[in-house]
Design a protein around this ligand. Sequence first.
Ligand code: GAR
Length: 220
Amino acid sequence: MSRIGIGVLASGRGTNFEALVRAVRRGDTNGEIRLLVANVPDAPVLKRAEAEHVPGVTISHRDFSKRADFEQALIAELKKHDVGLVCLAGFMRVLSPVFVKAFENRIMNIHPSLLPAFAGLQGMQVHEAVLAAGVKVAGCTVHFVTGDVDAGPIIIQHAIPVHEGDNAETLSLRVLVEEHLAYAEAVKLFCENRLTVEGRRVRVLGNDERRTMNEGTTRG
Ligand code: GAR
């Protein structure tokens, strides 16, 4: 079975990108990280890509007057590298239905909360909202991306307890550990063809019932 080409889109720090690269390189994931695209020039994630010898390019949304043109540039770059799975890893732009359609059920996102709670927020805002709400359990979600922000079918969630003395920083660091694990797990399952989208639900197939390569990911 040929390896699935993976393209990562990121905007900032890049720890999820780095964790994905390392997890995929460990060898038990049938994928290959082919490309990192940053939409922010000088984002630290670009340095991580360089250090990991992954081709990194900047496509800044600011260089385009229309979102559609920015997205066409992203699509062209991803297709050029024969990408079959797009991973959003701290990518702070909302993608339109046109982009989503170009990689239907082939775009994943990591969000630092247990969705659907605390959807629509980004980064530290999420952890601040979690603490302000007084919830006792926090975590992260890996989901397929649809046209609705943070609302696509959920692949994996990892939960952790919120501690009495937590602030946004301490909580974010503990959630981040789980993000790195959950994202690697979701990508591995995708690359094994074990994820099937059935309406709003993702079914994780057992090893023996995995789809054949060309069957597609959607069942209805
Ligand atoms: C991560 O916590 C990720 O879940 C979050 O941004 C951070 C990026 O960190 N994403 C969102 O909030 C998306 N709404 P990283 O650049 O170190 O991977």
